[in-house]
Design a protein around this ligand. Structure first.
Ligand code: F0G
Length: 435
């Protein structure tokens, strides 16, 4: 692939490219019927081959093919659990609530499912360097897959606006990491010029191969649910690649006859980075970029590249959009933690969304709802510590509103090294309600 074609946009209409599979026909893919496909995917789980153990390449009939004899760069990504969230269900007012935890991927976020495909394509095309702009998770994932695949990686991140956990991953996996004095959208702009001028392969989610890999989370979810279609899937929205990818999978599964109806896929943004929500609520036809600000740094994006694809998914699945304020995100994250699961702040917008959509009647009692948790709790420990120490909203205009969070907070207690003192702390805690 020439570096000049790396905008991944159509030269006629300017829209982002998307991968289509013209040879899929009716209920047959690569000669297999729907039921043969389903059993082939299950059988691979007991295989010792890397491609079969990967929760992405296990579904390879629905993915781009690599050249013959070329094996993918895989860290056995995917294979992430679906958990029930009983306490979160209660706070959302629902009878039951489920979460597919994409934070249980090898580098702790959903990005790995896309990176295994796009990094493998990069290596196949002969690139020595890959690059991305990132709010942290893409860079961690890209750096890992590049190293595993014998490639070098260049990371552009907004200075001071990504979590230490993510930054440290990129460093350890060997990326050349540049902290630019701008935001994510500014990093994207700089990178688009770099890839035009240098033979470096762009691994942001404008790269359609990324989205093909990310599709598999929806396929795996349906398989885990025994191919029973949930009523709602709720996803955080940043650059809007993931919602587009999951939606593409659902439409393909429906068209191939693997499922008979579509779940409603809804997208939740942080209120401080909500260009899609604004666009839909105002009835505008074009997305208007905005300056973004949120503690949920993963989705601190004001000019999402994949908004047109996401819009199509909302329309085709009948989903909707919502937003989560900073205080709501912090509270929801602690509630997901209290279910013994945990996630990073950006993922917690999904619980806020579920609660709001249930109150609005968009989600009905008895319907099955699945949240997509996109990143691991340990991605952003600073946020979690500040939250529990009551420091997150100190000196902010939200300090008053944040007082309501006190019952969720469990700050570490510093004590003398003495059993009696610890027992007193235990007794004091016993008198307080568990969260
Ligand atoms: N959740 C997490 C944990 C993320 O890292 C991201 C995006 C999203 C949700 C939103 O997904 O962009 O596909 O709509 N992180 C990117 C990054 C932008 O650079 O790591 P999206």
């Amino acid at each position: 692939m020439e570096s000049a074609t790396q905008t991944f946009r159509c030269s006629d209409c300017g829209d982002l490219l998307e991968i289509h599979y013209p040879r899929w026909s009716g209920a047959h893919v690569t000669g297999l019927s729907v039921s043969e496909l389903k059993s082939a995917w299950i059988e691979r789980r007991t295989s010792s081959r890397a491609e079969d153990q990967s929760g992405v390449w296990r579904f390879r009939e629905l993915l781009p093919r690599l050249k013959e004899n070329d094996s993918p760069i895989t860290l056995r990504e995917g294979n992430t659990p679906v958990y029930e969230l009983p306490m979160c269900a209660r706070v959302a007012g629902l009878d039951q609530l489920w979460a597919k935890h994409q934070g249980m991927n090898p580098t702790g976020s959903f990005k790995d499912t896309g990176m295994t495909v796009a990094a493998s394509v990069a290596r196949q095309e002969g690139f020595r360097w890959v690059a991305c702009a990132s709010t942290g998770n893409t860079s961690a994932s890209m750096a890992a897959y590049a190293s595993r695949g014998g490639m070098r990686s260049l990371v552009l991140i907004p200075e001071g606006k990504i979590s230490w956990g993510k930054l440290s991953q990129a460093l350890d996996y060997g990326a050349v990491t540049c902290q630019l004095r701008t935001d994510f959208d500014g990093c994207m702009q700089v990178l688009s010029e770099v890839v035009q001028r240098m033979p470096v392969y762009l691994l942001n989610s404008v790269n359609p191969y990324r989205l093909e890999g990310q599709k598999t989370a929806a396929i795996e979810l349906l398989e885990q649910l025994g191919w029973t279609v949930p009523d709602h899937i709720i996803v955080p929205g940043g650059n809007l690649g993931n919602s587009s990818a999951l939606g593409k999978a659902l439409l393909e599964l429906r068209d191939l006859g693997l499922i008979s109806r579509l779940p409603k896929l809804s997208i939740i943004q942080a209120a401080g980075a909500n260009p899609l929500v604004r666009m839909i609520r105002s009835g505008a036809q074009q997305l208007e970029a905005m300056p973004a600000e949120t503690f949920a740094t993963a989705i601190r994006i004001g000019n999402p590249a994949s908004w047109k694809k996401a819009l199509r998914v909302l329309r085709e699945t009948g989903g909707t959009v919502e937003e989560a304020t900073e205080v709501e995100i912090a509270e929801a994250k602690a509630q997901i933690g209290a279910d013994g699961i945990g996630c990073e702040p950006a993922s917690a917008v999904t619980l806020v969304g579920a609660r709001k959509l249930f109150r609005q009647g968009f989600i009905k009692r008895g319907e099955q709802v699945v949240l997509i948790l996109t990143g691991h709790l340990l991605k952003d420990p600073e946020f979690t510590l500040k939250f529990h120490r009551g420091e997150l909203f100190a000196d902010s205009p939200r300090a008053e509103q944040a007082k309501a969070l006190a019952s969720q907070q469990r700050a570490p207690i510093v004590l003398e090294a003495d059993a009696g003192t610890v027992i007193k702390a235990l007794e004091a805690a016993e008198r307080q309600p568990a969260r």
